[in-house]
Write a protein that binds this ligand. Structure first.
Ligand code: CP
Ligand code: NVA
Length: 301
């Protein structure tokens, strides 16, 4: 089984991954991978958290992870994704890939037959992030069902897409708040609407009313640097600052997938403030990645 998209997981499967994570954190019983399991990490874009959390996850599960990037591999000389996938799949038991295009990830999975492939972020999805995010919400709020999540700023990011779909499957309502005329990915909005209330608005006041969670992401995602100037202007009214936070519920929590651009999409005052849960959110990527690896290993036998 692969995890290429947040849509690959049913609500039951997401809950199963969460229960594996609970199990690991309780330390009740040994959960283990097959001896000497290996993971290839194929990355075309930079990463701190996703890369290291998969590497540490494999080490703590008594396996090993091997990092390979576009610049130092034969991808840089034109070797195809398909040929690369055949080789990685013949060496390793898992592949986690951070690629520019979701279609390349699908091609990778088609050619790494029998090896679970994990989406470590593409242009349109970041499913492992969404699992860590929702698990963190459960940790702080006690449950996910009926939570009101306000996603502010670049509402068309990979993070927004995966978060809205995963949250909706678990019964949370996501409101996407961004500038007038800047639309989210309609495929994800429509899919999310099948499960839960998913709204789009340009009004911070309207979108934040009753919000339990305030979530934001960078104005300029990796690979979109050419739009940087335009994006900074476009989203400037949608910074998560103290005033914006005060529009949500008093006990609302602030989340960010990180890395943060302090002073752009979020102020330091909020990021480091009492309502921020970003460091637990980041730490939970390690726990959830371990749970994802164990879940996929169990479902690929
Ligand atoms: N949240 C996240 O994916 O961080 P990295 O880009 O550092 O992996
Ligand atoms: N939307 C961001 C997420 C980084 C984790 C990006 O793609 O750069």
């Amino acid at each position: 089984m692969n995890l290429l998209s947040s849509d690959d997981l049913s609500r039951e499967q997401i809950n199963k991954i969460f229960s594996i994570a609970d199990h690991i954190s309780d330390g009740k019983e040994e959960l283990a991978l097959a001896d000497n399991a290996t993971m290839a990490l194929l990355f075309e874009k930079p990463s701190t958290r996703t890369r290291l959390s998969f590497e540490v996850a494999m080490a703590q599960l008594n396996g090993s992870a091997f990092y390979i990037d576009r610049h130092t591999s034969q991808l840089s000389r034109g070797e195809t994704i398909a040929d690369t996938a055949k080789v990685l799949g013949s060496y390793c038991d898992f592949i986690a890939a951070r690629l520019f295009k979701q279609s390349d990830l699908v091609e990778l999975a088609e050619n790494a037959v029998g090896v679970p492939v994990i989406n470590a972020l593409t242009d349109i999805e970041h499913p492992t992030q969404a699992l860590a995010d929702l698990y963190t919400i459960k940790e702080f709020k006690g449950s996910i069902k009926n939570m009101e999540i306000a996603f502010i700023g670049d509402i068309a990011t990979n993070t927004a897409n995966s978060l809205m779909l995963t949250a909706a499957k678990l019964g949370a309502n996501v409101t996407l708040i961004g500038p007038k005329g800047y639309m989210p990915n309609s495929t994800y909005v429509n899919k999310a609407k099948e499960y839960s209330k998913t709204r789009v608005t340009s009004s911070l006041v309207e979108g934040l009313e009753g919000a339990d969670i305030i979530y934001t992401d960078t104005y300029v995602s990796m690979g979109e640097e050419k739009y940087a100037e335009k994006r900074r202007k476009l989203f400037s009214g949608y910074q998560v600052n103290a005033k914006v936070v005060s529009m949500a519920k008093k006990d609302a929590k602030v989340m960010h997938c990180l890395m943060a651009h302090r002073g752009e999409e979020i102020t330091s005052e909020v990021l480091d403030g009492p309502q921020s849960i970003v460091w637990t959110q980041a730490r939970n990527k390690l726990l959830l990645n371990k749970a994802i690896i164990l879940f996929l290993s169990e479902n690929t036998k």
